[in-house]
Design a protein around this ligand. Structure first.
Ligand SMILES: [Zn+2]
Length: 346
């Protein structure tokens, strides 16, 4: 067989047919949480397509920081209140910039479960999401629909500023859980097919969301601890209790491990090992990457998507079963996203 015939044969072969072909298929990776475009940051994942390709990363959630203008990025303290309409204006402007870059990069945006399947087969897709749904103001029905129409398929309810949805993890609680508006946001997300992201939410708010949501949810980024703390450094307050992580998992959800060096270790291998430990705690079906790339800047152990490949290789060297690697690397995120995107027929 000459080279041309060989190539033609390879191209004609349906995906995933022979065991040997499957074993040789690349291991794609996914990321439930990354940023880019922070005004003065030097840690952008740009140009995005090239950055993602370095990690075989085919499903990545680009998170617009919904409350960026209203907190101090050094202390993570709220510094002002958005005036009426300001948070929506910021959301729309920033989303415009994000979509422009995605289009320039010839990347696709996830809108349907079929798009997620394409990502699993190697066609890179971006999930549009927002960190802190302040743009909703007091209008759940209209604004969640607006976000869905704009292509968002994931919404993180809260971040570092107070909004009308619920309390934040890093400040003292003022509410018993989600507000009535917050509960309505959960229902609207379920109805339209938007994945709910509980990161930065308090434990009572998580419990409320779990009792209402018809779809599994994620905690996109952070870490899990047996000893949660409501005081101490911000990263300690950002940790999720093992109890709540298990509750999210028990409803089919997925917890993403961020790459904050102080928390997960100073090496890529250490981060990979922490992922395996989390999988032992929650089950192999309930853990994913949530790098927070660019959000953590110089404090993140993951400095580019090529590092996700290094983690996959580290797992392979350790003899982790391929099926387990694929779940952690991308399949868990894909599964929970597809489940949330499927609009209930009832
Ligand atoms: Zn965050």
């Amino acid at each position: 067989m000459n080279r041309r015939e060989f190539l033609a044969g390879a191209l004609a072969m349906p995906l995933g047919l022979s065991g040997r072909a499957a074993a040789q298929a690349p291991i794609f990776t996914g990321d439930m949480h990354f940023h880019s475009f922070f005004a003065e940051s030097r840690y952008h994942a740009r140009p995005l397509a090239q950055s993602l390709a370095a990690g075989n990363t085919t499903l990545a959630a680009w998170s617009l920081v919904g409350d960026l203008l209203w907190f101090d990025v050094k202390t993570y303290k709220q510094k002002s209140e958005p005036k009426a309409g300001e948070a929506l204006g910021w959301f729309q402007r920033e989303l415009g910039r994000i979509k422009e870059h995605i289009a320039q990069q010839n990347l696709k945006i996830v809108r349907t479960p079929a798009d997620v399947d394409l990502a699993l087969r190697g066609q890179t897709h971006i999930v549009l999401t927002v960190e802190g749904a302040n743009f909703i103001d007091n209008n759940a029905a209209q604004r969640v629909k607006l976000a869905h129409d704009a292509g968002l398929r994931s919404i993180q309810l809260v971040h570092y500023t107070r909004n009308a949805i619920g309390d934040i993890q890093t400040e003292p609680s003022q509410l018993p859980g989600l507000t009535p508006l917050g509960k309505q946001v959960v229902r609207e997300c379920n109805r339209l097919g938007i994945l709910i992201d509980l990161a930065h939410s308090t434990e009572p708010a998580i419990a409320d969301a779990l009792s209402i949501s018809q779809a599994p949810m994620i905690w996109s980024h952070g870490s899990v601890t047996r000893q949660p703390s409501s005081s101490g450094p911000v990263w300690r307050r950002r940790q999720l209790s093992l109890e709540s992580a298990k509750a999210i998992a028990s409803k089919g959800g997925v917890v993403g491990l961020w790459s904050l060096a102080t928390d997960v270790g100073k090496t890529i291998e250490g981060y990979g090992d922490r992922m395996l430990e989390l999988a032992e705690w929650l089950g192999d079906e309930h853990v994913a990457f949530g790098t927070d790339l660019n959000g953590l800047g110089p404090f993140g152990v993951v400095s580019g998507y090529g590092d996700l490949n290094r983690i996959v290789q580290h797992w392979q060297r350790k003899g982790v079963a391929e099926a387990r690697i694929r779940k952690l690397a991308i399949e868990n995120y894909a599964r929970v996203l597809k489940a949330a995107l499927r609009v209930p027929r009832t």
